[in-house]
Design a protein around this ligand. Structure first.
Ligand SMILES: O=C(O)c1cc(=O)[nH]c(=O)n1[C@@H]1O[C@H](COP(=O)(O)O)[C@@H](O)[C@H]1O
Length: 238
């Protein structure tokens, strides 16, 4: 988990995933399977990626009543992914229920997947949050509040932007994961992301892992691009 560069496999189907992975020649990666891919391919895509030795963040962002989330997590635990997530906005009871489900679904002798909570999406700006969610706190306060709820519920970490990661570490310690999407090189297009940061900024902020999607998956030479990103992210760890 620590210091991983997680590639977001935001593809429409398995064929596109295979095409993307083929030039990596069997290299073992940490990949993220999100809604787009999972809703088309289902659990089979997870089995396929696991059989090829990849570590998996199953990003389905569960957000429902506690009982439903618990039962869903019980089933997801059987897929034996490394990392899963929920929305912190679902509340403390829902987050605890998620963990109960994961514990129940994890086979004896196996480690349960780590579970993290999405705080404020990296596509949300403070202004949007104030106006649309009617949260009058600052964005950083809202993220910190959700992170505190997540740690109190027993979760392993949060999804946040790199901008909030150092305050979270300061308040909640360095063993609590901060997984940060919205990572871009200076020259990259921000697209729909609002709270973006460079890999260097993320590293200096003490982020646990970064999630990178389009900058790698949409590049003409994905392997070269992945290596460039690994260099930028890893160099900062020396
Ligand atoms: O949970 C996530 O992974 C997530 C949370 C968040 O706040 N923002 C966010 O962008 N993500 C995911 O991270 C990936 C970012 O992709 P790119 O913007 O293409 O690098 C996407 O797969 C998003 O679904």
């Amino acid at each position: 988990m620590d210091n991983a560069l997680i590639i977001a496999l935001d593809f429409a189907n398995r064929k596109e995933v295979e095409k993307f992975l083929q030039p990596f020649n069997g290299k073992q990666l940490f990949v993220k399977v999100g809604m787009e891919l999972f809703y088309q391919e289902g659990p089979e895509i997870v089995h396929y990626l696991k059989n090829n030795g990849h570590r998996i963040f199953l990003d389905l962002k569960l957000h429902d009543i506690p009982n439903t989330v618990k039962s869903a997590m019980k089933g997801l635990a059987r897929l034996e992914c490394d990392l899963v997530n929920v929305h912190a906005a679902g509340g403390r009871e829902m987050m605890s229920a998620a963990l109960e489900g994961l514990d129940e679904g994890t086979a004896a002798g196996r480690k349960r997947p780590a579970c993290i909570a999405v705080t404020q999406l990296t596509s949300t700006s403070e202004e949007q949050m104030n106006k649309e969610q009617l949260i009058s706190a600052s964005l950083e306060q809202s993220v910190l509040h959700y992170a505190s709820l997540a740690i109190e519920s027993g979760l392993d970490g949060v999804v946040c932007s790199a901008w909030e990661a150092s305050s979270i570490r300061e308040a909640l310690g360095d063993t609590f994961y901060t997984v940060t999407p919205g990572i871009r090189m200076e020259e990259d297009n921000s697209g729909d992301q609002k709270r973006i940061a460079t890999p260097e900024f993320a590293r200096n902020a003490g982020v646990t892992s970064i999630v990178v999607g389009r900058s790698i998956t949409r590049s003409n030479d994905s392997v070269k691009s992945y290596e460039k990103w690994q260099d930028a992210w890893r160099r900062k760890q020396l």
